[in-house]
Design a protein around this ligand. Structure first.
Ligand code: BGC
Length: 744
């Protein structure tokens, strides 16, 4: 059947001389794919070529101002659309695809794209939460499942992973990425790319991934979304670009250009970023799509006067496809006529688009992803829900556990469950939740009632997420007084983080903190379970509440995952992928900072300090407790003098000194003591997870290679410099043991 469609498509396209051997799964060798792409390109008119470079949104969710769109269906018939986003479902994608296949001259299939950020229907923890698992297998599996569900629902392409490094928790989009660290971010970027794209895009459970937002977007000044970024080339290349480079190396097939201006040039018109670094230096073969309207947004940026100039800047920078901007469609012909761009450039971009369509096997069968039967059999499979539960419990970070309030005893007589998050199904899937629905979420309240019996759970909402209404306080306090244990489920509403959700005040919103502190005064065992898409300021609650569990936005399986941890069926193992500030005034605050000429303490005058708050954060990067404890001993380096050819081996003994089994994430940091440019005080260069039974000791070993010691020197050249280095190994970025070596 497939064979017939493929042959039919080829003959309609006029590719009669094509000697391709037709296989059940397409031949995705680069040579073969490019040959096919060229054979299609040869048949195309200029208008049809330009047509392939446009993407428009269907009538699903719209994530930005809608450009003045042409009649979309007619445009598809006219061959003026290469891709659509926000068209959902096997049935609907099939219908729209049918128009391209049956009513356009060349019958070139459309690519359907969608934001599958932390699941399609089965919703996983937000990416920042998942990053707290420091578990690359979890990240790969969740992307795999997101892809499998999305692919069964007609999607070919996700706009993920978002790999923006974020050092400012005011920025709402911090929830979409892996936090502040380039190393952890790079490992997770690779894992997610592999998860989405699988081994071969011809497999119908895989979809194209997209590394976004290229680049620097997470550095938005003052944490305000879409705002300016300005940084040195060293910071760009050492902090913000590594996860993109890692994604490219892992074979990501698309990149999305960002909204921000970087050092005076919007990322979408930034030739240095796209043409020079991505397409030339990194030899990226895939396709670059703009962000939503980001080509025409270069007009308000003030770098171009009109759409014509915007198209010129973006296309010459290397943006192949215009997302929901309607710039290429209207301006490209004139740009060509005026000699600002060449037909060879257009061909090059079209080739990149066609290549993807061949890789996905859409020319063989344009409907291969749009199968309603597969869709209904695939979404929300029990095994996907089990994975989502596992990912969620691995993402939780135990921030405090005084007097071992946790784990709770399952035979507890009564629990007061208080707070707006306790039963807020919609908020548990958060922002960018694909086609996820609150109705599939098992909330904390529901699961707690299942485990303990409804009679033992004294529930009162107490407060809303974000207003000043205290009318629920009395009932909440009454429940808290009656119960043996208080669980406060508080934090941000699901949509308080994400795009355009910047906050200047990142404390627990509304009157929730007041309610938490009131309850804490009762002096009962109390656990604060926090739901949030960003680090919050927890300084006050940390003083008064004995136990705090950071749950992020956990997804469809919120309740079961939380109860697993609360009752000790799963020992928490998450570690913060981002620093939690002590005060909002410390922002930007991150562990891999420079030392300054006057490092010091708060007590010492004329040092780099604040008068009113410490320099240290409340909870450092990499921090997270367990129900057991781990001791680090015998840090041994294979060499004290190292050449940059052989990797250095670092070994350390980890002992579980507590009473229960637990998983520890062992972290390795390096410091280059003297460099031709100043170096950070610590840089993560390795991590590994070890599961240890009570009393068990394991030796963990790391290899430190030349690459790990390299940086961009004063001349802008990547490499190592001889000199002394420190090695730190520990349970978080602050609590480490150390040794040293010299690089010859
Ligand atoms: C966001 C992107 C997203 C796109 C499509 C934009 O507003 O910045 O991250 O992929 O919309 O939904």
């Amino acid at each position: 059947m497939k064979k017939i469609i493929f042959l039919a498509a080829m003959s309609i396209l006029g590719i009669t001389a094509c000697k391709t051997v037709v296989k059940e799964t397409p031949d995705n060798s680069e040579k073969e794919v490019m040959k096919k792409a060229d054979s299609v390109l040869a048949l195309m008119t200029l208008d049809e070529k330009i047509g392939q470079l446009n993407q428009f949104s269907g009538d699903g969710e719209l994530t930005g101002p809608v450009a003045l769109r042409p009649d979309l269906l007619q445009s598809i018939r006219d061959g003026k659309v290469g891709s659509m986003l926000n068209i959902n479902g096997a049935d609907y994608t099939r219908k729209i695809q049918k128009i391209a296949i049956e009513e356009s001259r060349l019958k070139i299939p459309l690519i359907f794209g969608y934001d599958v950020i932390h699941g399609y229907k089965t919703i996983f923890p937000i990416p920042l939460g998942e990053a707290a698992s420091w578990d690359i297998e979890v990240a790969e599996r969740s992307a795999r499942i997101g892809a499998t569900e999305a692919a069964a629902a007609g999607q070919h392409w996700t706009f993920a992973p978002m790999v923006d490094i974020a050092r400012d928790p005011r920025w709402g989009r911090i929830m979409e990425g892996s936090g502040e660290d380039p190393y952890l971010g790079s490992r997770l970027a690779e894992a997610r790319v592999k998860g989405f794209q699988g081994k071969n895009l011809a497999d119908i459970t895989t979809i194209l991934a997209c590394a976004k937002h290229y680049a620097g977007y997470g550095n938005a000044q003052a944490g305000r979304d879409y705002y300016t970024t300005d940084m040195s080339d060293n910071t760009l290349r050492e902090i913000y670009l590594p996860p993109f480079k890692a994604a490219a190396k892992a074979g990501v097939e698309t990149f999305m250009s960002a909204f921000n201006d970087l050092n005076g040039v919007p990322a979408t018109g930034n030739k240095y970023l796209i043409h020079d670094i991505l397409k030339t230096e990194w030899a990226f073969k895939g396709m670059v799509v703009s962000d939503w309207g980001s080509i025409s947004e270069m007009i308000p940026h003030g770098i171009v006067a009109n759409k014509y100039e915007a198209g010129d800047l973006a296309f010459n920078a290397g943006v192949d496809m215009d997302m929901e901007g309607n710039v290429y469609l209207t301006e490209m012909k004139n740009l060509l006529k005026d000699g600002n761009i060449t037909e060879a450039q257009i061909d090059e971009s079209v080739r990149r688009v066609l290549r993807l369509k061949f890789l996905l096997g859409l020319f063989e069968d344009p409907y291969r992803y749009s199968n309603t039967e597969r869709e209904s059999q695939t979404l929300l499979k029990p095994e996907f829900l089990a994975e989502a539960r596992d990912a969620a419990r691995k993402s939780f970070v135990l921030l405090k556990n005084e007097n071992q309030v946790l784990p709770l005893n399952i035979s507890v007589k009564s629990v007061a469950l208080i707070g707006p998050a306790a039963d807020a199904a919609d908020d548990m899937i958060g922002n960018w939740s694909g086609r996820g629905e609150g109705k599939h979420v098992i909330t904390l309240k529901k699961e707690l009632e299942t485990r303990l019996g409804a009679g033992k759970v004294l529930y009162a909402k107490g407060a809303n997420f974000n207003d000043s209404d205290k009318s629920g306080f009395a009932a909440a306090m009454a429940a808290a007084r009656r119960a043996d244990i208080i669980i406060a489920a508080c934090g941000e509403a699901g949509m308080m983080s994400g795009e355009s959700m910047s906050r200047a005040d990142i404390s627990i919103p509304g009157v929730q903190e007041e309610l938490i502190l009131e309850m804490a005064k009762l002096g009962k065992p109390m656990v604060l379970v926090l739901f949030n898409g960003r680090p919050l300021i927890l300084t006050k609650v940390n003083t008064f509440v004995p136990a705090i569990l950071e749950a992020w936005i956990p997804g469809t399986m919120t309740g079961p995952a939380l109860c697993d941890v609360l009752f000790g069926e799963y020992n928490p193992s998450g570690k913060l992928p981002v620093t939690f500030p002590y005060s909002v005034g410390q922002i930007p605050i991150y562990y891999n900072h420079k030392n300054s000429g006057r490092p010091g303490s708060q007590e010492q005058k004329f040092t780099s300090r604040y008068l009113d708050v410490p320099n240290d954060p409340l909870f450092p990067f990499g921090y997270g407790l367990s129900y057991t404890q781990f001791a680090y001993n015998n840090l041994i380096l294979s060499e004290s003098i190292v050449s940059d050819i052989h990797p250095l081996e670092v070994r350390v003994d980890i002992k579980n000194t507590g009473l229960v089994a637990g998983t520890e994430t062992v972290q390795l940091y390096i410091r280059d003591l003297v460099g031709s440019v100043t170096r950070p005080v610590k840089e993560l260069k390795g991590f590994t997870k070890v599961m240890l039974k009570a009393g068990e000791v394991q030796t963990v070993s790391f290899k430190v290679a030349k690459e790990d010691l390299s940086f961009y020197n004063r001349e802008g050249v990547w490499g190592t410099e001889p000199g002394k280095f420190k090695v730190f190994v520990g349970t978080n970025s602050q609590n480490t043991i150390e040794a040293g070596f010299e690089l010859k």
